[in-house]
Design a protein around this ligand. Sequence first.
Ligand code: IMP
Length: 178
Amino acid sequence: MKLPDEIDCVLFDAKAIADRVGELGRFIDIAYAGKGLVAIGVLKGAFIFTADLVRKINVPVEIDFVELASYMVDTKRSGEIVLEQDVEIKIKGRDILIIEDIVDTGLTTRFLIDHINIQEPASVEVCTLLYKPARQRVDVPLSYVGFEIDDVFAVGYGLDYGGKYRNLPDIVSLTSAS
Ligand code: IMP
């Protein structure tokens, strides 16, 4: 696939992503052995990661999605988070694994953890594909991290910029946004 001109470099190619997703699946299998879990994918960015990760999990897993909008000006967060679509699965007493595309400031993930905790789950953990430690503004416990990245704007493998690039098989950084 030809990459658009505004792409700076490939951060993680499809093979590296697949290998890491397989590793994360094995860690999750060990952690949830004998009990299973409810995986909650955060739309839209985590749709591909969720689909790939759950197929690497062998313990019983129920899957649901939540859609959150985190409003942006250019590539920066405004801080306003809106719950666009809630989960349908009953959370109370369940072991919940939130599946995120990226933790940037951490505000979106913090919002979702708080929203789920109100519903009294047995446990809540977070698995994120990407994590930008330099940008983090609030404390979020991250049990599983695919890759740590610098303060660049990443797209591909589900992540977008202005609705574009979600379908790229690799994760790449954008020149115009960094
Ligand atoms: P946070 O609330 O600042 O952690 O931002 C989380 C959301 O911001 C993610 O779910 C993404 O939708 C978006 N986001 C943050 N950084 C990036 C990036 O580098 N590429 C694409 N989306 C991003």
